[in-house]
Write a protein that binds this ligand. Sequence first.
Ligand SMILES: [Zn+2]
Length: 443
Amino acid sequence: MKKTLLLLAALLVGISSFADGFDDYFENATLRLDYMFSGTAKTQHIAFLEAYRTEVWAGRRSHLEKPLLAGNGEIAVRDAATGKLLYSNSFSSLFQEWQNTEEATKTERGFENCFQVPWPKKPVTVTVTLKDKYRKVTCRMTHPVDPSDILIRPLKARNAYRQILGGGYCADNIDVAIVGDGYSRYDLNKFYADAYRAVEAITGHEPFKSLADKFNFVAVAAVSEDSGVSVPHDSIWRSTCLSSHYDTFYTERYLTTSSMRDLYFQLAGIPFEHIIVLVNTPNYGGGGIYNSVTLAASDHPTFQQVLVHEFGHEFGGLADEYFYDDQFDVSYPAKVEPWEPNITTLTDFKSKWSDMLPAGVKIPTKPDPEWKGVDVRKIWKDLSQEQKDALNIKLGVYEGAGYQSKGVYRPVQECRMKINECERFCPVCSRAIENMVRYYTEN
Ligand SMILES: [Zn+2]
């Protein structure tokens, strides 16, 4: 009797774990869903545009239902018949950043967004949710997707690609596609060389260095008509495959592309989860949006530093640790704990790095007096390793982060997420990246 019960229990355990498997609900293919996010500073609207199918699913196959970080939005896939949550992922968007601009108080605008989810075997419902800086839901749209829908367009590969790091696509690895903008047909050798420099920069930084075998990087040969990129403040406009430009939101150095659909068409047929866009220009600039896209200017002397910083945003969900003394706009309101792992408003510090803080460290932590009024960026190269370590490793809860000099706190005085001069991520950012790599690659 006892034996029979044990056998029955074993069978049930077997059935239940089997029932939660990727293969039960999904095929090894990708469903790409395109949306238009539109609105003003105060309104948001989400409209479905089109769906596509590409072969191979490069995303994660475990932790399917729960993203590691909350992000500013979420896409969730549910079984249409039972309502069971099958997959979800979190993201941030350029549209939500734009909502904080002055333009958004005067004009209604729309921004393209593309998401990839695993190809469902049965009809599903897909829900896209946007949240504000108070982490409250502000917009939600649900629509059905039937995998047998004749209007889902299958996409074939458009571009050739070269493996830069890793042994090719693997279900257990993190797949990063590097694509160029502003590289003409004559610039492709330069593009590949820049792609190698990009991977060298990322894998030259801990914890990526120790975890490099968890990554696949491919360089995708997208060709632009013109060489170089658009610089509106100098009246320079170029015809490039991703239409990247400076002056995003009228901020000179903010280099982005809002042509997300063009970007995804360039990457069709290539297994990827994360995107790095290398922009062929010497002008300083870049951008990184969580689970959306990393951009960096490949010919600027700080290319590698900026790229790693921006990849910290895109891949690690890390916040900027720098701040402005004269920032009046509140990005991180008091009494709301940000979802980013490397900053806190002390509303829920236990969820952040309190477990890493050495005993006796005061909260908030006063910076060492020797650095009072010193702009360390200017003297960084002359500092001793010991001094750099004190600034980069000595954990505390220092006021000033997330663009605000008050009310937001960072883990160390200097970090890759604060200044380009600092060579390393701080211990809190490093742990956050490690956790993210584990989340993708471990069951
Ligand atoms: Zn940091």
